[in-house]
Write a protein that binds this ligand. Structure first.
Ligand code: AMP
Ligand code: MG
Length: 408
């Protein structure tokens, strides 16, 4: 026979029992702590994303985070890294370190930050690796072709020769000193242009900033170049988020338009399980909204160069913004080059280099490099040809909802 006890009281001989309400409370607390609704121990995560205008283009950061990460702070830190790289290295602003180096060309080397010297050194290494196809001293030629576009006339062969005489990596001086490094240019009129590599460097630093804030998986994308890290739960790649980002330059919002970037967006929480690689859409160079297909990336970066992205127009003809430093002429082929690498800096520099080298020499170079793969699109919109290095990941067909949305 059971001892009858009044509610709230307990018989003296009865073993100590935890009241039901305490069990409920303790379970709820445990679930809240793990963020899990079913199996304790499997935390819940959300996908966060935000787009801002940075480095003269649009940047989107995506992060998969659980509790314990100060997401707004992590995003602010990563975006401010992108701004800092722009503030140090843009050749188009007068107040940057690179602008000061260019202004002092022919004179005394200028003190620069460790970041700027690191990018200049990497650029010189990429120049060597690519046999001179990637050359950040191409600045005088870039400026000449831009000025010609403004004047709506082709540059004369003499003007091209004069600019070519100011191009070449041997004209760059890097001096280490007690107060830090200095970068100089030996001849007056020389000009460094880090437009083909600084974005990649900035992406790498922004990824590090997110990781330092405790973000374990995400993507930093700037103007179509991106680096992924970690893995995403398959449940977060839902119907509206099949492609978190695509490698393309986004159209800018109309001036004065409001509400285009609504700040930090977030998905519902899902359990941190069934992790998968990031599906990334590769932009077709021939269609504004078209994608070639998607690839799956783990801890990898992909950068795309091509004249469909940026060009100058003279007499109704489009000329690429990428110049062959050997001839002084804008490159005509291929239409686009996407390079995969472990760092965004390498992917960015090599995508530009391969655009100059062309498909045959470019793919031959890639085949000699560990961990680098490339996909090249040639031909025209009617007859596009896709060439790939041997280890390029399979280009998967797109699903019905692919490419429609950048955010969940
Ligand atoms: P990307 O879009 O990364 O291919 O970079 C293109 C930018 O790199 C151009 O807008 C120029 O600022 C710069 N650039 C042009 N030609 C070259 C070249 N041959 N080597 C290095 N940078 C270049
Ligand atoms: Mg580049």
């Amino acid at each position: 026979m059971k001892a009858r006890t009044k509610p709230g009281s307990r018989g003296v001989c009865e073993p100590q029992r935890t009241p039901a309400w305490a069990v409920v409370l303790a379970t709820a607390a445990a679930l809240l702590a793990t963020g899990c609704t079913k199996e304790p121990g499997v935390p819940k995560v959300q996908k966060f994303s935000e787009t801002r205008e940075v480095m003269g283009t649009l940047a989107t950061i995506t992060a998969v985070c659980g509790k314990g990460v100060d997401v707004p702070r992590a995003f602010d830190r990563a975006f401010s890294v992108l701004d800092s790289v722009e503030a140090l290295m843009s050749a188009h602003r007068e107040d940057t370190e690179i602008a000061r180096v260019n202004a002092a060309a022919g004179g005394t080397p200028v003190p620069v930050s460790p970041w700027t010297v690191a990018v200049v050194e990497s650029a010189l290494a990429a120049c060597k690796l690519s046999g001179g196809a990637f050359d950040v001293t191409v600045g005088p030629l870039v400026e000449l072709w831009k000025a010609s576009a403004r004047a709506e006339t082709l540059p004369s062969p003499e003007a091209i020769d004069r600019a070519l005489a100011l191009v070449g990596p041997s004209g760059v001086e890097i001096a280490a000193g007690p107060g830090g490094a200095r970068v100089g240019l030996k001849r007056m009129g020389m000009r460094i242009d880090l437009g083909g590599i600084a974005k990649g460097f900035a992406i790498d630093r922004a990824v590090e900033a997110l990781q330092a804030e405790g973000v374990e998986a995400g993507i930093v994308e700037v103007g179509g170049d991106l680096r992924c890290f970690g893995r995403i739960p398959r449940a977060l790649i839902g119907a509206k988020a099949t492609l978190p980002v695509r490698t393309r330059r986004l159209r800018k919002p109309r001036a004065g338009g409001s509400g285009f970037f609504p700040g930090l967006r977030r998905t519902k929480g899902v359990r941190l399980e069934d992790l998968t690689r990031w599906p990334i859409g590769l932009q077709s160079p021939f269609e504004d909204e078209g994608l070639l297909g998607k690839i799956r990336l783990g801890d990898q970066a992909v950068a795309t160069s091509g004249h469909y992205r940026r060009f100058v127009e003279i007499g109704g003809h489009r000329f690429s913004h990428i110049i062959d430093p050997r001839s002084g002429q804008p490159v005509g082929h291929p239409a686009s080059v996407s390079v995969l690498a472990s760092s965004a800096l390498i992917a960015d520099a090599l995508a530009t280099a391969l655009t100059v080298l062309g498909s045959e020499a470019g793919l031959a170079m890639v085949d000699t490099l560990e961990g680098i793969e490339a996909l090249i699109v040639e031909g025209d919109p009617q007859r596009p040809t896709i060439l790939k290095s041997s280890g390029f990941p399979p280009l998967e067909p797109l699903g019905a909802s692919d490419g429609r949305s950048r955010d969940p």
